[in-house]
Design a protein around this ligand. Sequence first.
Ligand SMILES: [Ca+2]
Ligand SMILES: [Ca+2]
Length: 487
Amino acid sequence: MNFPKTIRFLALIAWTIPPFASELDAAEPPNVLFISIDDLNDFVGCLDGHPQVKTPHIDALAESGVNFRNAHCQAPICNPSRVSMLLGKLPSTTGHYFLAPGFRDVEVTKEAKTMFQHFRENGYYASTRGKIFHRRADVASFDHIEPTAGWKRPPQKLRFTLPGSHPAWDWGEVDVPDEEQRDYKTAAWAAEQIPELAKKEEPYFLAVGFSLPHVPVYASEKWFDLYPLDSLEMPPAPEDDLDDVPEIAVQLSLNPTAPRDAWMKEHGEGIHFVRAYLAANSFIDSLVGMMLDSLENSGEAENTVVVLWSDHGFHLGEKKKWAKRSLWERTTRVPLIFAGPGIVEGANSNAPVGLIDVWPTLEELCGVPTAEGLEGRSLTPLLENPNSEWPYPALTTFGPNNHTLRSEHFRYSHYADGSEELYDHHNDSNEHTNLIPAGKHADVVEDFQQWIPTTNVDPVPGSSGSDSPLYGESDGLQNMKKEKPAK
Ligand SMILES: [Ca+2]
Ligand SMILES: [Ca+2]
Protein backbone atom coordinates (compact mmCIF):
# COMPACT_ATOMS: atom_id res chain seq x y z
CA MET A 1 0.00 0.00 0.00
CA ASN A 2 1.30 3.43 -0.86
CA PHE A 3 0.81 5.68 2.17
CA PRO A 4 1.12 9.43 1.80
CA LYS A 5 4.55 10.74 2.72
CA THR A 6 3.28 12.31 5.96
CA ILE A 7 1.79 9.09 7.26
CA ARG A 8 4.96 7.16 6.50
CA PHE A 9 7.00 9.75 8.33
CA LEU A 10 4.71 9.72 11.35
CA ALA A 11 4.94 5.94 11.51
CA LEU A 12 8.69 6.25 11.38
CA ILE A 13 8.87 8.61 14.34
CA ALA A 14 5.94 7.22 16.33
CA TRP A 15 8.21 5.51 18.83
CA THR A 16 9.79 8.83 19.77
CA ILE A 17 6.51 10.55 20.59
CA PRO A 18 5.30 10.22 24.17
CA PRO A 19 1.80 8.73 24.57
CA PHE A 20 0.29 12.01 25.82
CA ALA A 21 1.11 13.70 22.52
CA SER A 22 -2.14 12.45 21.07
CA GLU A 23 -2.73 15.22 18.57
CA LEU A 24 -0.15 14.71 15.91
CA ASP A 25 0.54 17.57 13.61
CA ALA A 26 -1.00 16.61 10.30
CA ALA A 27 1.30 18.88 8.32
CA GLU A 28 4.17 17.30 6.46
CA PRO A 29 7.39 17.84 8.42
CA PRO A 30 9.53 20.37 6.56
CA ASN A 31 12.90 19.66 5.00
CA VAL A 32 15.89 21.68 6.13
CA LEU A 33 18.41 23.32 3.81
CA PHE A 34 21.26 24.36 6.08
CA ILE A 35 23.82 26.67 4.44
CA SER A 36 27.08 27.45 6.19
CA ILE A 37 29.55 30.07 4.95
CA ASP A 38 33.01 30.11 6.51
CA ASP A 39 34.36 33.37 7.96
CA LEU A 40 31.66 35.54 6.39
CA ASN A 41 31.27 38.73 8.41
CA ASP A 42 28.48 41.27 7.95
CA PHE A 43 29.68 42.23 4.44
CA VAL A 44 26.38 41.14 2.89
CA GLY A 45 23.76 43.49 1.49
CA CYS A 46 21.13 42.61 4.07
CA LEU A 47 23.44 43.51 6.99
CA ASP A 48 24.92 46.73 5.54
CA GLY A 49 28.42 45.77 6.72
CA HIS A 50 30.03 47.21 3.57
CA PRO A 51 28.26 49.83 1.45
CA GLN A 52 29.38 48.35 -1.88
CA VAL A 53 28.95 44.61 -1.38
CA LYS A 54 26.74 42.81 -3.88
CA THR A 55 24.97 39.73 -2.56
CA PRO A 56 21.59 39.73 -4.35
CA HIS A 57 20.70 36.11 -3.64
CA ILE A 58 21.40 36.22 0.08
CA ASP A 59 19.49 39.52 0.23
CA ALA A 60 16.54 37.92 -1.57
CA LEU A 61 16.60 35.03 0.89
CA ALA A 62 16.59 37.56 3.75
CA GLU A 63 13.57 39.24 2.17
CA SER A 64 11.73 35.94 1.98
CA GLY A 65 12.12 35.27 5.69
CA VAL A 66 13.54 36.77 8.88
CA ASN A 67 16.91 38.50 8.69
CA PHE A 68 18.63 38.57 12.09
CA ARG A 69 20.64 41.79 12.09
CA ASN A 70 22.07 41.27 15.55
CA ALA A 71 23.17 37.62 15.45
CA HIS A 72 26.45 36.50 17.00
CA CYS A 73 28.70 33.46 17.12
CA GLN A 74 29.45 31.84 20.49
CA ALA A 75 33.19 31.62 19.77
CA PRO A 76 35.17 33.74 17.30
CA ILE A 77 37.01 30.92 15.49
CA CYS A 78 35.87 27.92 13.45
CA ASN A 79 36.06 24.85 15.67
CA PRO A 80 34.54 26.10 18.93
CA SER A 81 31.88 28.11 17.10
CA ARG A 82 30.73 25.06 15.17
CA VAL A 83 31.05 22.70 18.14
CA SER A 84 28.92 25.05 20.22
CA MET A 85 26.25 25.38 17.56
CA LEU A 86 26.14 21.72 16.59
CA LEU A 87 26.24 20.35 20.17
CA GLY A 88 23.94 23.09 21.43
CA LYS A 89 26.24 23.98 24.31
CA LEU A 90 28.35 27.01 25.22
CA PRO A 91 32.17 26.92 25.00
CA SER A 92 32.27 27.70 28.74
CA THR A 93 30.24 24.54 29.39
CA THR A 94 32.16 22.09 27.18
CA GLY A 95 35.70 23.55 27.37
CA HIS A 96 35.96 23.68 23.58
CA TYR A 97 37.50 27.14 23.18
CA PHE A 98 40.13 26.71 20.48
CA LEU A 99 40.92 25.07 17.14
CA ALA A 100 41.80 21.67 18.57
CA PRO A 101 40.99 19.02 19.61
CA GLY A 102 37.97 17.73 17.72
CA PHE A 103 34.93 17.12 19.93
CA ARG A 104 35.00 13.36 19.35
CA ASP A 105 38.59 13.20 20.61
CA VAL A 106 37.92 14.12 24.24
CA GLU A 107 36.04 12.29 26.95
CA VAL A 108 33.62 15.09 27.77
CA THR A 109 32.07 15.25 24.28
CA LYS A 110 33.16 11.93 22.75
CA GLU A 111 29.59 10.58 22.88
CA ALA A 112 27.80 13.91 22.53
CA LYS A 113 24.80 14.03 20.24
CA THR A 114 24.91 16.54 17.39
CA MET A 115 21.96 18.42 15.96
CA PHE A 116 22.09 16.21 12.87
CA GLN A 117 22.03 13.02 14.95
CA HIS A 118 18.99 14.31 16.80
CA PHE A 119 17.15 14.96 13.55
CA ARG A 120 18.15 11.57 12.17
CA GLU A 121 16.85 9.86 15.30
CA ASN A 122 13.57 11.62 14.64
CA GLY A 123 13.00 10.52 11.09
CA TYR A 124 15.18 12.82 9.02
CA TYR A 125 17.61 11.82 6.30
CA ALA A 126 20.79 13.90 6.68
CA SER A 127 23.20 14.51 3.83
CA THR A 128 26.18 16.84 3.58
CA ARG A 129 29.01 18.23 1.55
CA GLY A 130 31.62 20.85 2.38
CA LYS A 131 32.68 22.43 5.64
CA ILE A 132 30.10 21.93 8.36
CA PHE A 133 32.31 20.63 11.13
CA HIS A 134 35.82 21.99 11.49
CA ARG A 135 38.12 19.67 9.52
CA ARG A 136 36.38 16.34 8.74
CA ALA A 137 32.66 15.63 8.74
CA ASP A 138 31.30 13.77 11.76
CA VAL A 139 30.30 10.30 10.54
CA ALA A 140 27.63 9.78 13.20
CA SER A 141 25.86 12.93 12.06
CA PHE A 142 24.94 12.01 8.51
CA ASP A 143 23.38 9.29 6.39
CA HIS A 144 25.53 10.48 3.52
CA ILE A 145 28.78 12.45 3.40
CA GLU A 146 29.81 13.57 -0.07
CA PRO A 147 33.56 14.20 -0.20
CA THR A 148 34.61 17.70 -1.21
CA ALA A 149 36.64 18.19 -4.37
CA GLY A 150 37.90 20.97 -6.56
CA TRP A 151 40.58 23.58 -7.02
CA LYS A 152 41.86 25.13 -3.80
CA ARG A 153 44.91 27.33 -4.39
CA PRO A 154 47.60 28.25 -6.93
CA PRO A 155 51.13 26.81 -6.69
CA GLN A 156 52.51 30.24 -5.76
CA LYS A 157 51.00 32.74 -3.38
CA LEU A 158 49.62 35.80 -5.14
CA ARG A 159 49.80 38.73 -2.76
CA PHE A 160 50.88 37.86 0.79
CA THR A 161 54.31 36.78 -0.32
CA LEU A 162 56.13 37.55 2.91
CA PRO A 163 58.78 34.82 3.21
CA GLY A 164 57.78 32.15 5.71
CA SER A 165 54.18 33.32 5.87
CA HIS A 166 51.43 30.77 6.32
CA PRO A 167 50.38 29.18 2.99
CA ALA A 168 46.69 29.79 3.65
CA TRP A 169 47.11 33.51 4.13
CA ASP A 170 46.74 34.96 0.66
CA TRP A 171 44.15 36.75 -1.51
CA GLY A 172 43.67 37.74 -5.10
CA GLU A 173 42.22 37.10 -8.53
CA VAL A 174 42.74 33.66 -10.05
CA ASP A 175 42.48 32.49 -13.62
CA VAL A 176 40.51 29.37 -12.75
CA PRO A 177 36.97 28.79 -14.03
CA ASP A 178 34.37 28.99 -11.27
CA GLU A 179 33.15 25.52 -12.23
CA GLU A 180 36.48 24.01 -11.17
CA GLN A 181 36.50 25.61 -7.75
CA ARG A 182 35.68 23.68 -4.61
CA ASP A 183 32.73 25.75 -3.43
CA TYR A 184 31.15 25.74 -6.90
CA LYS A 185 31.37 21.94 -7.00
CA THR A 186 29.80 21.77 -3.56
CA ALA A 187 26.89 23.99 -4.65
CA ALA A 188 26.42 22.17 -7.95
CA TRP A 189 26.26 18.85 -6.12
CA ALA A 190 23.70 20.25 -3.67
CA ALA A 191 21.62 21.71 -6.50
CA GLU A 192 21.56 18.26 -8.10
CA GLN A 193 20.69 16.56 -4.83
CA ILE A 194 17.78 18.79 -3.86
CA PRO A 195 15.26 17.36 -6.38
CA GLU A 196 16.49 13.83 -5.61
CA LEU A 197 16.10 14.30 -1.87
CA ALA A 198 12.60 15.69 -2.45
CA LYS A 199 11.58 12.24 -3.73
CA LYS A 200 12.52 10.56 -0.46
CA GLU A 201 9.86 9.27 1.89
CA GLU A 202 11.38 10.97 4.89
CA PRO A 203 12.10 14.69 5.18
CA TYR A 204 15.67 15.65 4.43
CA PHE A 205 18.26 17.75 6.23
CA LEU A 206 20.82 18.91 3.70
CA ALA A 207 23.88 20.61 5.21
CA VAL A 208 26.05 22.48 2.72
CA GLY A 209 29.25 24.19 3.81
CA PHE A 210 31.20 26.76 1.79
CA SER A 211 34.89 27.43 2.51
CA LEU A 212 35.13 30.96 1.17
CA PRO A 213 35.59 33.74 2.17
CA HIS A 214 37.97 31.97 4.61
CA VAL A 215 41.58 32.50 3.58
CA PRO A 216 43.03 31.93 1.05
CA VAL A 217 40.56 34.43 -0.46
CA TYR A 218 40.58 33.72 -4.19
CA ALA A 219 37.96 34.39 -6.85
CA SER A 220 37.85 34.72 -10.62
CA GLU A 221 37.90 37.96 -12.64
CA LYS A 222 34.13 38.14 -12.99
CA TRP A 223 33.75 38.73 -9.24
CA PHE A 224 36.66 41.17 -8.98
CA ASP A 225 35.10 43.23 -11.80
CA LEU A 226 32.17 43.99 -9.49
CA TYR A 227 34.51 46.02 -7.28
CA PRO A 228 36.67 48.52 -9.20
CA LEU A 229 39.75 49.41 -7.17
CA ASP A 230 39.54 53.14 -7.79
CA SER A 231 36.17 53.50 -6.07
CA LEU A 232 36.49 50.86 -3.38
CA GLU A 233 35.62 52.01 0.13
CA MET A 234 37.68 50.80 3.07
CA PRO A 235 36.15 49.91 6.44
CA PRO A 236 36.55 52.70 9.04
CA ALA A 237 39.74 52.04 11.02
CA PRO A 238 41.06 54.95 13.11
CA GLU A 239 44.78 54.67 13.86
CA ASP A 240 44.24 55.25 17.59
CA ASP A 241 41.32 52.85 18.00
CA LEU A 242 43.19 50.47 20.29
CA ASP A 243 44.21 53.21 22.72
CA ASP A 244 41.15 52.73 24.91
CA VAL A 245 40.88 48.93 24.91
CA PRO A 246 42.34 46.68 27.61
CA GLU A 247 45.72 45.09 26.87
CA ILE A 248 44.24 41.61 27.30
CA ALA A 249 41.82 42.31 24.45
CA VAL A 250 44.72 43.12 22.13
CA GLN A 251 46.74 40.10 23.28
CA LEU A 252 43.76 37.81 22.91
CA SER A 253 43.16 38.89 19.35
CA LEU A 254 46.77 38.57 18.14
CA ASN A 255 47.23 35.96 15.47
CA PRO A 256 50.83 35.19 14.50
CA THR A 257 49.87 33.74 11.12
CA ALA A 258 47.76 36.71 9.96
CA PRO A 259 49.40 39.69 8.26
CA ARG A 260 50.17 42.61 10.54
CA ASP A 261 48.32 45.84 9.97
CA ALA A 262 51.65 47.67 9.59
CA TRP A 263 52.71 45.27 6.81
CA MET A 264 49.35 45.67 5.06
CA LYS A 265 49.69 49.45 5.15
CA GLU A 266 53.34 49.50 4.12
CA HIS A 267 52.60 47.34 1.08
CA GLY A 268 49.24 48.88 0.22
CA GLU A 269 47.61 45.46 0.44
CA GLY A 270 44.58 46.39 2.54
CA ILE A 271 42.48 47.45 -0.39
CA HIS A 272 43.39 44.30 -2.32
CA PHE A 273 42.36 42.10 0.58
CA VAL A 274 39.05 43.94 0.98
CA ARG A 275 38.42 43.64 -2.77
CA ALA A 276 39.16 39.89 -2.73
CA TYR A 277 36.91 39.39 0.29
CA LEU A 278 34.03 41.23 -1.41
CA ALA A 279 34.62 39.29 -4.64
CA ALA A 280 34.56 35.97 -2.76
CA ASN A 281 31.35 36.99 -0.98
CA SER A 282 29.67 37.71 -4.32
CA PHE A 283 30.90 34.39 -5.73
CA ILE A 284 29.49 32.48 -2.75
CA ASP A 285 26.28 34.49 -3.03
CA SER A 286 25.83 33.24 -6.60
CA LEU A 287 26.24 29.65 -5.32
CA VAL A 288 23.57 30.24 -2.69
CA GLY A 289 21.38 31.43 -5.57
CA MET A 290 22.10 28.24 -7.51
CA MET A 291 20.87 26.10 -4.62
CA LEU A 292 17.80 28.25 -3.95
CA ASP A 293 16.83 28.02 -7.63
CA SER A 294 17.08 24.25 -7.41
CA LEU A 295 14.93 24.25 -4.28
CA GLU A 296 12.32 26.37 -6.02
CA ASN A 297 12.31 24.06 -9.03
CA SER A 298 12.06 20.96 -6.85
CA GLY A 299 8.55 21.94 -5.82
CA GLU A 300 9.47 21.60 -2.13
CA ALA A 301 10.36 25.23 -1.35
CA GLU A 302 7.05 25.76 0.44
CA ASN A 303 7.89 22.91 2.75
CA THR A 304 11.58 23.56 3.37
CA VAL A 305 13.17 25.64 6.10
CA VAL A 306 16.25 27.42 4.80
CA VAL A 307 18.78 28.59 7.35
CA LEU A 308 21.89 30.47 6.28
CA TRP A 309 24.67 31.34 8.70
CA SER A 310 28.40 31.96 9.10
CA ASP A 311 30.56 30.63 11.94
CA HIS A 312 31.99 34.08 12.88
CA GLY A 313 32.97 37.36 11.31
CA PHE A 314 36.30 38.82 10.23
CA HIS A 315 38.23 42.08 10.63
CA LEU A 316 39.51 43.83 7.52
CA GLY A 317 41.68 46.46 9.15
CA GLU A 318 39.24 47.49 11.88
CA LYS A 319 41.02 47.68 15.24
CA LYS A 320 44.24 47.13 13.25
CA LYS A 321 43.33 43.51 12.65
CA TRP A 322 43.25 41.30 9.55
CA ALA A 323 41.69 38.20 11.02
CA LYS A 324 38.97 36.90 13.30
CA ARG A 325 39.74 35.99 16.96
CA SER A 326 38.35 38.91 18.87
CA LEU A 327 35.37 39.77 21.03
CA TRP A 328 34.57 42.84 18.91
CA GLU A 329 31.52 43.29 16.70
CA ARG A 330 33.22 42.66 13.35
CA THR A 331 34.18 39.19 14.50
CA THR A 332 31.15 38.23 16.60
CA ARG A 333 28.44 39.46 14.21
CA VAL A 334 27.26 36.91 11.66
CA PRO A 335 24.58 36.60 9.01
CA LEU A 336 21.67 34.47 10.23
CA ILE A 337 18.59 34.09 8.06
CA PHE A 338 15.60 31.78 8.44
CA ALA A 339 13.00 31.34 5.69
CA GLY A 340 10.26 28.80 5.08
CA PRO A 341 7.00 27.47 6.50
CA GLY A 342 5.87 29.16 9.71
CA ILE A 343 8.25 32.10 9.22
CA VAL A 344 7.10 35.63 8.36
CA GLU A 345 8.46 37.15 5.15
CA GLY A 346 10.49 40.28 4.69
CA ALA A 347 11.22 40.97 8.34
CA ASN A 348 14.30 42.23 10.12
CA SER A 349 15.00 41.43 13.74
CA ASN A 350 17.39 43.39 15.94
CA ALA A 351 17.01 40.93 18.80
CA PRO A 352 20.42 39.73 20.03
CA VAL A 353 20.56 36.05 19.14
CA GLY A 354 23.20 33.38 18.67
CA LEU A 355 24.07 30.43 16.47
CA ILE A 356 23.42 28.29 19.54
CA ASP A 357 19.74 29.15 19.08
CA VAL A 358 19.59 27.46 15.67
CA TRP A 359 19.12 23.90 16.95
CA PRO A 360 16.22 24.67 19.34
CA THR A 361 14.65 26.78 16.58
CA LEU A 362 14.86 24.13 13.84
CA GLU A 363 13.60 21.52 16.27
CA GLU A 364 10.46 23.53 16.92
CA LEU A 365 9.92 24.50 13.28
CA CYS A 366 10.18 20.85 12.27
CA GLY A 367 8.11 19.38 15.08
CA VAL A 368 11.06 17.34 16.28
CA PRO A 369 11.03 16.47 20.02
CA THR A 370 13.07 18.81 22.21
CA ALA A 371 16.60 17.58 22.84
CA GLU A 372 17.80 17.70 26.44
CA GLY A 373 20.43 20.06 27.77
CA LEU A 374 20.48 22.61 24.96
CA GLU A 375 21.70 26.02 26.07
CA GLY A 376 20.18 28.04 23.23
CA ARG A 377 16.62 29.30 22.91
CA SER A 378 14.10 28.72 20.16
CA LEU A 379 13.77 31.81 17.99
CA THR A 380 10.29 30.81 16.80
CA PRO A 381 8.57 33.71 18.68
CA LEU A 382 10.74 36.09 16.60
CA LEU A 383 10.11 34.13 13.41
CA GLU A 384 6.37 34.52 13.93
CA ASN A 385 6.54 38.11 15.16
CA PRO A 386 9.91 39.86 14.86
CA ASN A 387 8.75 42.47 17.39
CA SER A 388 8.31 39.88 20.13
CA GLU A 389 9.95 40.73 23.40
CA TRP A 390 13.46 39.25 23.62
CA PRO A 391 15.15 40.18 26.89
CA TYR A 392 18.27 38.03 26.42
CA PRO A 393 21.72 39.19 25.34
CA ALA A 394 23.91 37.24 22.88
CA LEU A 395 27.09 35.77 24.34
CA THR A 396 30.49 35.20 22.70
CA THR A 397 33.44 33.60 24.50
CA PHE A 398 37.10 33.32 23.54
CA GLY A 399 39.27 31.33 25.93
CA PRO A 400 38.21 30.65 29.49
CA ASN A 401 36.56 33.59 31.28
CA ASN A 402 36.73 36.03 28.39
CA HIS A 403 33.15 36.90 27.52
CA THR A 404 31.30 39.55 25.56
CA LEU A 405 27.57 40.21 25.67
CA ARG A 406 25.51 42.08 23.11
CA SER A 407 22.11 43.64 23.73
CA GLU A 408 20.15 45.59 21.17
CA HIS A 409 21.79 48.79 22.46
CA PHE A 410 25.19 47.91 23.93
CA ARG A 411 28.14 45.54 23.88
CA TYR A 412 29.78 44.70 27.21
CA SER A 413 32.97 42.61 27.47
CA HIS A 414 34.53 41.14 30.58
CA TYR A 415 37.95 39.49 30.38
CA ALA A 416 39.69 36.91 32.56
CA ASP A 417 41.81 39.60 34.25
CA GLY A 418 38.77 41.72 35.11
CA SER A 419 39.21 44.23 32.27
CA GLU A 420 36.07 45.54 30.62
CA GLU A 421 34.76 47.27 27.54
CA LEU A 422 31.40 48.91 26.87
CA TYR A 423 30.19 50.22 23.51
CA ASP A 424 27.01 52.11 22.70
CA HIS A 425 25.74 50.72 19.39
CA HIS A 426 23.07 53.38 19.00
CA ASN A 427 25.80 56.02 18.69
CA ASP A 428 28.95 54.05 17.87
CA SER A 429 28.24 51.02 15.67
CA ASN A 430 31.96 50.65 14.88
CA GLU A 431 32.86 50.36 18.56
CA HIS A 432 35.40 53.17 18.45
CA THR A 433 34.83 54.51 21.97
CA ASN A 434 35.11 52.28 25.02
CA LEU A 435 32.82 53.86 27.63
CA ILE A 436 34.37 52.04 30.60
CA PRO A 437 37.24 54.52 31.22
CA ALA A 438 34.70 57.37 31.49
CA GLY A 439 32.82 55.39 34.14
CA LYS A 440 29.46 55.82 32.42
CA HIS A 441 26.45 53.50 32.43
CA ALA A 442 27.17 51.61 35.67
CA ASP A 443 23.57 50.35 35.58
CA VAL A 444 24.03 48.91 32.08
CA VAL A 445 27.20 47.13 33.17
CA GLU A 446 25.48 45.72 36.22
CA ASP A 447 22.60 44.41 34.10
CA PHE A 448 25.00 42.67 31.76
CA GLN A 449 27.00 41.07 34.56
CA GLN A 450 24.10 38.81 35.56
CA TRP A 451 24.41 37.12 32.16
CA ILE A 452 28.08 36.16 32.42
CA PRO A 453 28.25 32.35 32.63
CA THR A 454 28.91 31.07 36.14
CA THR A 455 30.24 27.77 34.81
CA ASN A 456 33.59 28.32 33.12
CA VAL A 457 35.37 25.01 32.67
CA ASP A 458 39.04 24.65 31.83
CA PRO A 459 39.99 24.06 28.20
CA VAL A 460 39.53 20.40 27.22
CA PRO A 461 42.71 18.27 27.31
CA GLY A 462 44.80 18.71 24.19
CA SER A 463 43.53 22.26 23.61
CA SER A 464 45.65 24.15 21.13
CA GLY A 465 45.33 26.57 18.29
CA SER A 466 44.31 29.63 20.25
CA ASP A 467 47.21 31.31 18.44
CA SER A 468 47.13 34.02 21.08
CA PRO A 469 50.25 34.67 23.15
CA LEU A 470 47.90 34.62 26.14
CA TYR A 471 47.60 30.88 25.80
CA GLY A 472 51.20 30.17 24.96
CA GLU A 473 53.72 28.06 26.82
CA SER A 474 53.64 30.03 30.03
CA ASP A 475 50.10 29.36 31.15
CA GLY A 476 49.80 25.61 31.08
CA LEU A 477 47.87 25.24 27.87
CA GLN A 478 51.04 24.05 26.19
CA ASN A 479 51.31 21.31 28.79
CA MET A 480 47.85 20.18 27.89
CA LYS A 481 49.00 19.78 24.32
CA LYS A 482 51.43 17.10 25.46
CA GLU A 483 48.73 15.05 27.10
CA LYS A 484 47.35 12.36 24.87
CA PRO A 485 43.76 13.12 23.94
CA ALA A 486 41.38 10.52 25.40
CA LYS A 487 40.41 7.99 22.76
CA1 LIG B 1 35.40 29.97 10.24
CA1 LIG C 1 38.86 52.87 20.50
